[in-house]
Design a binder for this molecule. Sequence first.
Ligand SMILES: [Fe+2]
Ligand SMILES: [Fe+2]
Length: 214
Amino acid sequence: MPLPTAVAVDTSPIQGNPELADLDPVWRAIVTESRTRANDIHLPISVAYAERLCDAYPDADALLVRVTTLLHDTGWARVDETKIISEGFGGDWRKADIRFQHERYGCDIAREVLPGLGYDDAFIERVTAIIDGHDTRQVSHSLEDSLVRDADRLWRFTATGIALASGWFGLSPAEYARRLRSEIIPELLTDAAVQMAVAELARAEALLKTDLLS
Ligand SMILES: [Fe+2]
Ligand SMILES: [Fe+2]
């Protein structure tokens, strides 16, 4: 049962939030890491969703959720790129070594980047506690952990996410959209994320004409 919220959820098309510029130094610090595995698409869209999720769950530590979402997949930049598709998406991809590696390297990058930008050790420890296991641990340990996990999934429901991820999994956009509905929506941990996912997927399927191109 996804975590309910009493707050009205914004399910309008996702967009940037230029007035929130406090993380700009963190973005600038991970330009190199953003070039792997479409992180320069995945991470900004996921952070935009993370910000909306924090609006829906005001008890969450929004800075923790936003910084952790921004950094969570940077570790892909340090794993063997040739294995990202072969091991990261094929077969039993949830248990592939490369998945554990990208989490560990992501923690390393957080520890390298954040101290110089004014984040203290206690905060960085909370960031790495969420990054470590974000793909491979089955359970969420906190509200912030849950919001990062949902933000990490929500970007896929956009037409942009479907375009990229369907290719990674070797599926047509229509097949991938069906998988999102049958497998990914049930994995979402918060009701706000479910509402956003359902609305975004309906828009993306209409735009991409998945009923005709299936
Ligand atoms: Fe990941
Ligand atoms: Fe991710």
